[in-house]
Design a binder for this molecule. Structure first.
Ligand SMILES: [Zn+2]
Length: 375
């Protein structure tokens, strides 16, 4: 099967050069779900580009009859972020124009219009498929105002031009998979949303984090929040509904690295998940394995309690008990004394899932993350 390839203009740089997105679209012989995948929204998080390349290669060999629905793939989905550097380091996590995190800028219909409650009331008696279709159209109608704003003679800021350009590719999807990595050193895991846990074992992950408190306007959140709020609104009216809409942010290993193992696990997990979702009908989905679950509110981060140098730090992927050493800080001084060390211990038991790339830290700088699993 060949991809339909579309090149989409994002914005034009002062030098006259255009910034573009390229989308690969595979349309199956049978109808089914629309799946949208993108990679490299944060500049340092490059592994997903290889995952997309491998998926492209796989889909090229697949018969159209084995694809039910549509798969859209967008590598290097943030050209500004991908190309940002400080010395040799990819520092493209934040928009250099306004300082915003590139993954906290997206348009969330429910947050803008608070319309889920009224919609649920109006469609209380409709069947699920009709509600899903009508709600999607409703969201799209409002999004047209965002598209119109791009043509305004007053113009719009960079982040708005960018987010609208990107979101128009994903807004009508059933499944969104946003491929990230740690900006530092990280494991392979996913963020997930309420009532979507049953799909987790089909990915090949170390653990999964429920987004129980919204960070706000991340790509996956902005996509799924209107649906979660609609489910909540129906529940308040006494009707239990779960729409067939899912969003995942997969974290694939270490920033600035094409981590071969994380890429392999990403590709296999995604293909397997798409089989479970009946999008790919080229074999049986395998129930990989259950993984520890946690919640975003249970992630603990350790920040340097003094300026210094991190040494004897535990390896990534270590399970620690409360009171066990996490790392040692070598602290210099300007008080005429010898340097000293501070030992930092785990305040709670958990899995060390993320480590800062730099081992030189000022007081208050990030050192590592520990996830505390659900009971
Ligand atoms: Zn990221």
């Amino acid at each position: 099967m060949d991809a339909e390839i579309t090149v989409l203009p994002l914005l034009q740089m002062a030098s006259g050069d255009p910034l573009l997105l390229q989308q690969y679209r595979f349309i199956g012989a049978h109808s089914g779900k629309v799946v949208y995948l993108q990679a490299n929204l944060h500049g340092a998080e490059i592994a997903g580009n290889s995952v997309i390349h491998r998926l492209l290669t796989y889909l090229n060999t697949l018969a159209e009859t084995a694809l039910h629905g549509e798969i859209r793939l967008v590598p290097a989905c943030n050209p500004i972020g991908v190309n940002t550097r400080a010395h040799n380091f990819a520092s493209g996590r934040f928009n250099p124009y306004d300082g915003y995190d590139w993954n906290r800028i997206f348009w969330d219909w429910e947050q803008e219009h608070h319309g889920a409650k009224a919609f649920a009331k109006k469609h209380l008696e409709s069947d699920r498929a009709t509600i899903q279709q009508t709600y999607r159209q409703f969201i799209w109608q409002h999004f047209e105002a965002e598209l119109d704003a791009l043509k305004s003679p007053m113009g719009v800021p960079v982040h708005q031009r960018y987010r609208t350009g990107l979101q128009q590719l994903a807004l009508d999807a059933d499944i969104v998979i946003d491929l990230h990595s740690s900006s530092n050193q990280g494991l392979v895991y996913t963020y997930y949303f309420r009532d979507r846990a049953p799909s987790i074992p089909y990915f090949d992950l170390d653990f999964a984090i429920l987004l129980d408190q919204f960070d706000g306007n991340a790509f996956d959140e902005a996509f799924i929040n209107p649906w979660l709020e609609l489910e909540k609104a129906f529940a308040a009216l006494g009707r239990s509904l779960r729409f067939d809409v899912e969003a995942w942010t997969l974290e694939l290993g270490t920033g600035m690295k094409m981590d071969a193992q994380a890429i392999e696990r990403g590709v296999n997990g995604i293909l397997n998940y798409l089989r479970q979702q009946q999008v790919l009908q080229d074999g049986e989905a395998i129930f990989h394995h259950s993984v520890p679950l946690t919640r975003a509110s249970q992630l603990t981060k350790y920040y340097a309690t003094a300026g210094g140098f991190v040494q004897r730090r535990v390896a990534i992927g270590t399970w620690v008990q409360s009171g066990e050493m996490l790392y040692e800080l070598l602290c210099l001084n300007k008080t005429g004394q010898l340097p000293h060390t501070i030992t930092v211990t785990a305040q709670q038991a958990g899995l060390v899932y993320d480590l800062s790339t730099s081992e030189a830290v000022s007081e208050g700088e990030y050192v590592l993350g520990v996830m505390v699993p659900d009971e």
